[in-house]
Design a protein around this ligand. Structure first.
Ligand code: SF4
Length: 243
């Protein structure tokens, strides 16, 4: 952005849900150092725990346990990222027309509705999409600039909260291997009451507890060759049972 639009007065911001991975915070520091820029961190005044307890209480009173956010009920993004961003913009630039640049790639799945300002003075731009930049282009940008990839990229393909429901099973297992404490924390938000038939979990088909039990059981078994004569790695063996 800085090189392509040298005349723009840019301010870099990061909307922090407060539940990001440690690697994300580390990468932010790296961006600051390598690119020599400052990044403003925008955070909700109330944290995830406080929102979650309200949703949990509300849904419990209504007889439902539907408080976990999900692709259909993405209230997490709204309260932890979009509203704090809007508040910050309107507090700092109330009388401006604001141009907001978001880093969605041209080949990225568009599962995000994007940010719409309540006041209507924010114009949203997607420079990667507008310039047709796909994964390989972003990879080149990261490598050429000296930034490289965030460390979580070895086991997870997108940033976001440690409990993000968009994670694949492979990424959940990666979370367990890299941050078992965060995996346990994510697990503590799931509600399973078998006698009432209630099962509200981050994944529709398997709870995090079940995923762990399965993992342990499979790891105890000796790995056997598949039809092509190859022995699968442990993670692939676990995933073959789940997916
Ligand atoms: S990263 Fe996932 S869990 Fe976190 S706010 Fe975004 S959609 Fe919600």
């Amino acid at each position: 952005m800085r090189d392509k639009y040298p005349d723009l007065e840019l301010e870099y911001v990061f909307t922090d849900s407060g539940c990001e991975l440690p690697e994300t915070y580390e990468f932010l520091d790296r961006i600051r150092a390598v690119l020599n820029i400052s990044i403003t961190v925008i955070k909700s005044e109330r944290d995830w725990e406080s929102y979650w307890s309200v949703w949990k209480t509300k849904s419990t009173h209504q007889g439902h346990y539907t408080y976990l956010p999900s692709p259909k009920q993405r209230w997490c993004t709204e309260v932890l990222k979009l509203i704090p961003y809007e508040n910050w913009l309107q507090t700092n630039y109330p009388d401006y027309t604001i141009h907001s640049y978001v880093g969605l790639r041209a080949d990225e799945k568009r599962d995000r509705s994007g940010f719409t300002s309540i006041k209507g003075n924010v114009i949203q731009h997607h420079p990667f999409i507008e310039n047709g930049l796909v994964f390989q282009d972003i990879k080149n940008l990261l490598l050429d600039s000296g930034l490289g990839f965030p460390k979580y990229y070895k086991w997870r393909k997108r940033s976001g909260c440690y409990f993000c429901f968009y994670q694949t099973k492979r990424e959940w297992l990666g979370l367990y291997d890299n941050h078992p404490d965060l995996y346990q924390k994510a697990m503590s938000y799931e509600t399973i009451i078998p006698e009432k038939g209630i099962k509200y979990t981050w994944n529709e088909d398997i709870s995090l507890q079940e995923l762990l039990v399965l993992r342990e059981a499979i790891l105890k078994e000796p790995l056997v060759e598949d039809n092509s004569g190859k022995t699968p790695d442990k993670l692939s063996a676990i995933l073959a049972y789940i997916i």
